[in-house]
Design a protein around this ligand. Structure first.
Ligand SMILES: *Cc1c(COP(=O)(O)O)cnc(C)c1O
Length: 399
């Protein structure tokens, strides 16, 4: 067959100009295709490198029980569901997963969305009106910010993890019908944990709701990875817990764990839930198996934390600046965006995949190479990675 030429149509010159500018500044990035399965090592450009950029905290993407559950699901139920949840796309397996998640999170009910991103969008956009106000940490995840953009509710942004500033916002918003404080449980770019005990105390004092997005805490913090709410002993005092099934859980999806009332409301009003097709059987059953793994193989979480301590200490000993991280997310601060991407490229040359992250994902001048160790890494691999950080860091005068 003759090769079909790609067609081109004029009109995007204004976007190309911006991209050219980024290329000039050294901030244009190509996607990096991985040619192997996810793991402590991956193949990139035909070469095996140590993976320090995934959110696969516990190595569940390739866990035998998840693989087996996914295969069994395809064999028994096929590849897709053929409908949105509210019409003909709710299978008994979806209900079973939601019951398991609710039990796991110690809440009355839970509801699964297509992703963590759509969960935040769906929850925030549906439960607030112009009579209400949302009070948000300034470094909350983009999906929270977008969820807030979709509401007509009032907005207050408080300084990052600053509970005095949060209290000021609470004092200024006493005239609204409902107030909701929303925060990441673990902040995805710095790896620090939200001051939840104080946030909950303030919420109770000022009669506000609390919503916590535990995308990076589920499977990582709390008993068996139940998240920051459980980690701080705040079960029953946080109104809405959002989690993702795409990070430590190893598959894809998001969920909200809360009261029966909130879940019933979202089933009727949550737009991504109402207007987008449900998870395929393989995804649903692999997620279900992942929760069993969390409950039955807690040693994975112990290994994750052991590796975290080892790697953080190693970076600190080398003289890198890693900021306020308290979790397996360890940013290596570089500052300048172009230098940061150079650092990341050099690391890849030496054999470690650690992506540079710059504006707009983080503030200008705060570019960093972000690392996340997993339970799958051996100490030997982590030591090798540290040696490569040292080499690349010296070559670029970062240390
Ligand atoms: C990754 C992330 C999400 C989005 O989760 P996905 O399931 O990947 O869509 C939401 N919130 C936070 C804080 C995250 O880090």
């Amino acid at each position: 067959m003759a090769k079909q030429e790609a067609t081109s149509v004029k009109g995007f010159e204004y976007l190309q100009a911006e991209l050219d500018q980024m290329k000039q500044e050294g901030t244009f990035r190509n996607l990096v295709p991985i040619e192997s399965e996810q793991g402590s090592k991956v193949q990139i450009n035909g070469k095996e490198v140590i993976q320090l950029s995934s959110n696969n905290y516990l190595g569940l993407t390739g866990h035998p029980r998840l693989r087996e559950a996914a295969l069994r699901a395809v064999e028994q139920y096929g590849a897709g569901t053929g409908s949105v949840r509210t019409i003909a796309g709710t299978f008994s397996m979806h209900k079973e997963l939601e019951e398991k998640l609710a039990k796991f999170k110690h809440t009355e009910a839970s509801l699964v969305f297509q992703s963590g991103f759509t969960t935040n969008q769906g929850v925030l956009s549906s439960i607030l009106t112009k009579e209400d106000v949302v009070i948000s940490d300034e470094l909350n995840h983009a999906s929270i910010i977008d969820g807030i953009r979709l509401t007509k509710a009032g907005r207050k942004v408080y300084k990052h993890v600053d509970t005095e500033d949060l209290e000021r916002a609470l004092k200024e918003t006493q005239d609204y019908r409902k107030r909701i404080i929303v925060t990441d449980g673990v902040f995805s770019m710095d790896g620090n944990i939200a001051p939840l005990p104080r946030i909950v105390e303030l919420a109770e004092q000022y009669d506000a709701l609390v919503m916590v997005d535990d995308a990076h805490a589920s499977g990582v913090l709390g008993k068996n990875g139940r998240g920051t709410v459980n980690h701080f002993g705040l079960d029953g005092r946080v109104h809405i817990q959002v989690g993702t099934l795409s990070k430590a859980i190893g598959v894809l999806g998001g969920y909200v764990a809360s009261t029966r009332t909130l879940i019933d409301y979202l089933i009727h009003k949550g737009r991504p839930f109402l207007f987008s097709t449900s998870h395929p059987p393989a995804v649903t059953m692999a997620c279900d198996a992942a929760i069993d793994v969390l409950l039955e193989e807690p040693e994975l979480i112990d290994k994750l934390w052991d590796n975290t301590k080892f790697f953080k200490q190693g970076l600190a000993d080398l003289g890198f600046t890693t900021g306020p991280s308290e979790t397996p997310i360890t940013p290596v601060l570089v500052g300048d965006a172009a230098l940061c991407h150079q650092f990341s490229d050099k690391l890849l040359e030496h054999g470690v995949f650690a992506q540079g992250i710059a504006f707009p994902t983080v503030a200008k001048g705060k570019a960093r190479v972000r690392t996340i160790v997993t339970a799958q890494h051996s100490k030997k691999e982590l030591q090798e990675a540290l040696d490569m950080f040292e080499k690349a860091g010296r070559e670029l005068n970062i240390i």
